[in-house]
Ligand binder design. Sequence first.
Ligand code: GUN
Length: 294
Amino acid sequence: MRAELIDGKAIAADVRADVARDVAALRERGVVAGLVVVLVGDDVASATYVGAKEKASREAGMSGGTVRLPAATTQAELLRLVEELNGDAAVHGILVQMPLPAHIDPDTVIRHIRPDKDVDGFHPENVGKLLIGHTDGFVSCTPAGVIELLVRSGVETRGAEAVVVGRSNIVGKPMAALLLQARPGGDATVTVCHSRTRDLHMHTRRADILIVAAGRAEMITGDMIKPGAVVIDVGMNSVPDPTRAKGSRLCGDVHFASAVEVASRITPVPGGVGPMTIAMLLRNTVRAAERTVS
Ligand code: GUN
């Protein structure tokens, strides 16, 4: 079997077109959806991600932009900025890019963001709403994007054996919660594996839907995948490659060359889950703005 590719770029473009329509409709009602991204320090990867978020929000017709702060910014200064943004009616979504410099506690910052502006879905109130199944919160963008990929690709999650590899707060845990919801894109039987899981392959080989977000380059090989499974690779790793001019290449947490021979459908890296994260951020932001008027 050679797997069909799930085209995250194309599906993200569809979501972004829907969002742009919603932003335009809201503008007719006198509200301009606004997203502010906060970047502290000069981490190169973070700067790239933030640039992409800013560009995408502008293209969707949103206002806002990026606040860039030096690495020496104190936690108190950052919290003051968050409070200012919390009180600014033109700002519907606030995103503080992670990771933060080591002297700033990310949980304290996340707890300071108003839950109804927390378009990252990281605030404990939004995480709690997700677990309970309330739909008036915000869901972390990457796992929400994975569900959107599955639904828009016609993958049946109901009754499926879904195995998530990775238990981070940003991806693994909310991913499992979403797959458990009693609604389309959910209703799966969910197993969560992590770095302490014994006999990982015994779990992954049972998966009809295998979602890998472990942060380890190419750790899932074709022999760990059930023939015909749908494989979603959330990983984004840079590995040395002397054959490339840059000396490195991007790869996922799945060993693509062997997995593509076993799976029925698979997301590529790049061009799979990555573009969906930004699309879902835009969707959360327009929802945040809509909730201020309805
Ligand atoms: N760093 C990497 N991914 C993310 C994300 O989705 N949100 C934030 N705030 N920081 C990140």
